[in-house]
Ligand binder design. Structure first.
Ligand code: ZN
Length: 336
């Protein structure tokens, strides 16, 4: 027996509207979450995919500066969603994640129907997330909950949850800039042991960039509302982009709602973003400017390799200059 997506998607009369920010890390997803999170009617939650292990088990720091177990917001959410955080079966959740929420499962999750046992596992897994989203929306009165978990495989799981009105903001950034960023050392300030953020070689980053971005394009073809947004465009015209994205999630804004975005900067208030990039801790005025260090600092041979490996999508997203189009080998485009 199998279950079609429409069988479940039509069941909920009162779905919670979730904006899922997707894309490969270091593409500007945290900046986008911070900007969206300033809008009235929006509650930004951070990368919920990491909440279970880093916050529930690791008791890392919330963006408000309190450790998770001392953050009043998250304690209210835990109580409303699960009765108590202690009632969340973290081991069960980890087992479910291993079974359904992996990039390798995307082809199965992308199908129009799932075998009933698989469907049961996916909806059970997604229900943990839905409970958090609902509790956060109820607690804050927000119309839109933002989860910046990024990973495409989670978005594919959430797609099967009957109670979630899922909308994807797919953030893309020039693969050469992304690859350069993954080579840099960044400390995780929320980690009590002073861990560094994960680093990838440029070749590995290029392959992940391909996989994640292709997965979100496929999700759009499966009927999930996906809005692609270029990081460089956010930097260039933040007010315009945020206003457009607000329409995408059906938020009614007035002009003054965007006053926190100035010329090349934005004024950010505090949040309870639970896990993610260290930028979530920044409160006050932040610069919004191009970070193009990669253009000077990425060695020519590396740049060329990353360009070649990511050529099909790099071209489709409009990142290749004419001279690069001409000089890069074409054969890697065959799989596009
Ligand atoms: Zn907090």
């Amino acid at each position: 027996m199998s279950v079609k997506i429409a069988d479940t998607a039509e069941k909920s009369e009162n779905p919670v509207r979730v904006v899922f920010i997707g894309g490969l890390g270091r593409s500007g997803t945290t900046l986008l979450e911070r900007l969206l999170g300033q809008l009235p009617g929006v509650v930004p939650l951070g990368e919920i995919t990491h909440l279970w292990e880093r916050d529930l088990v690791g008791d890392e720091m919330c963006a408000c500066g309190a450790t998770f177990s001392y953050c009043e917001f998250w304690q209210r959410i835990g109580k409303a969603a699960f009765g108590s955080w202690e009632d969340v079966d973290v081991e069960r959740l980890a087992a479910l994640k291993a079974t359904v929420d992996r990039t390798r499962h995307i082809p199965a999750l992308a199908s129009k129907k799932l075998a009933s046992d698989q469907h049961q596992l996916v909806t059970e897994y997604a229900s943990y997330f839905e409970k958090i989203y609902r509790a956060a929306a109820a607690d804050t009165g927000a119309r839109v909950v933002v989860d910046s978990s990024k990973h495409a495989s989670l978005a594919y799981c959430l797609r099967w949850a009957p109670g979630i009105d899922l909308r994807i903001m797919h953030v893309v950034r020039d693969s050469r800039g992304v690859a350069y960023s993954w080579t840099k050392q960044v400390r995780r300030p929320e980690s009590p042991t002073g861990d560094q953020m994960t680093r990838y070689s440029p070749a590995k980053a290029a392959m992940l960039w391909n996989a994640q971005n292709a997965a979100f394009s496929l999700l759009a073809r499966r009927g999930v509302p996906v809005r692609r947004v270029r990081y460089e465009r956010i930097i260039q015209r933040p007010r315009h982009v945020i206003a457009s994205l607000a329409r995408f999630c059906e938020l009614d804004l007035v002009e003054s709602d965007l006053n926190f975005i100035g010329e090349g900067c934005a004024d950010l208030g505090p949040s309870h973003s639970a896990a993610g990039n260290p930028m979530r801790f920044t409160v006050g005025r932040i610069p919004i400017r191009h970070d193009e260090a990669w253009a000077d600092e990425l060695p020519e041979s590396t740049r060329r390799m990353v360009s070649t490996l990511t050529r099909p999508l790099l071209g489709r997203y409009g990142y290749l200059r004419e001279d690069e189009e001409a000089e890069l080998p074409r054969e890697v485009a065959a799989g596009e």
